[in-house]
Ligand binder design. Sequence first.
Ligand code: ATP
Length: 238
Amino acid sequence: MTALLDVRTLRAGYGSINVLWDVDLTVQEGRTTVIVGPNGAGKTTLLRAVMGLVKTSSGDIALHGESLARTRTWDIVDRGVVMIPEGRMVFPDMSVLDNLLMGAYPRSGRPRWKQNLERVFDLFPRLRERRSQMAGSLSGGEAQMLAMGRGLMEEPKVLLIDEPSLGLAPVIVDEIFKILADLKAQGLTVVLVEQNTSRALAIADHVNLMRSGRVLLSRPAAEVNLDRLHDLYFARET
Ligand code: ATP
């Protein structure tokens, strides 16, 4: 089966500093692929490299078997790869509705924007209630929902989500993971970067553990033991 997204022996970094060392990542269609790992492991850098936002020095990234090398970020988005960045990055001085409509701006999101908006409002009723409110006045959880809704407006084939639970109260994290489970049930392909290993493992089909710019473990979630994962995560002697 051809992977939807296939990263092969990727090296990438910032200027002369290399961060990713021969990273492989296979993302199958309709699955939730999770990337866990400590701070500075290179998880965000990997997502940014997929989006064409970080310079790669070797290896390849392919979508449906077609290389994304030398593809501009906006073309990568148009081909269906959408990233929801850490920190949400909503436009604070624009309304919730206008933030969502910004997500319909890429070519892929335009024709069905009304249906997509209804789908987002059905998934996130709170965004429907707050559609006229400025995004800057939302709570952290609502801003995360808005960032996810904006990503869905782009009709992603694969949604890359960077640390959606960061800084949120546990009850809100529950809501975010419930939405991720709904998206999975709807068949969306998701790559989730998450520090909360137990929650990530609960939703994952496939788990990757990164440390120091390398993938140390890549396994079906059913074969991953949380204690063993934590041993690798914290590099305790086992
Ligand atoms: P975190 O959970 O802290 O976000 P991460 O696994 O996502 O961790 P990255 O953010 O990808 O890790 O960072 C990997 C390495 O790249 C770190 O050593 C970091 O200092 C470095 N790095 C990240 N962004 C930049 C940048 N813009 N310029 C230079 N180095 C960077």
